[in-house]
Write a protein that binds this ligand. Structure first.
Ligand SMILES: [Zn+2]
Ligand SMILES: [Zn+2]
Length: 132
């Protein structure tokens, strides 16, 4: 009763599950995040994957990771401090550190997708006509 759901405190992961094709994270606020392995791998925020600005004198910038390898999977995860999770991938990469807010932002669950596209489920339009 009277719990403010929009409290500014970030939820923390309660349970991280690595599956064959996706990673799910159950957050302390009850939210269940879903990420496909490929998406999560491609979103790796480490300097190598995210591509640092080239040093002076480097003439070409070729992103090392354009698309995640087929069948990529997270093999292990570890908590980094109290703010992030790092994943060890089946391609041997494990330097990416995913902060909680980054993970929450890229959550692929239906709710977050809908919010991102600015569409409110059940508010006009979706269920229309023909029911009366
Ligand atoms: Zn990386
Ligand atoms: Zn979500």
């Amino acid at each position: 009763m009277g719990m403010d759901v929009s409290a500014p405190l970030l939820p923390v992961p309660r349970k991280v599950s690595l599956g064959g094709s996706q990673v799910t994270i159950a957050w302390s606020d009850g939210h269940l995040s879903v990420y496909s392995n490929g998406t999560l791998r491609e979103a790796c925020p480490c300097a190598i994957c995210a591509g640092e600005p080239p040093a002076i004198g480097v003439s070409r910038v070729i992103p090392l990771m354009v698309a995640a390898p087929e069948g990529i999977a997270a093999e292990r995860y570890s908590m980094v401090g109290r703010y992030a999770i790092s994943f060890a991938w089946s391609d041997g990469h494990s330097t990416g550190i995913y902060p909680y807010d980054y993970l929450l932002e890229m959550c692929e669950c239906d709710t977050c997708r809908a919010r991102r596209t600015g569409r409110k489920v059940g508010e006009g339009g979706l269920i229309s006509e023909g029911r009366r």
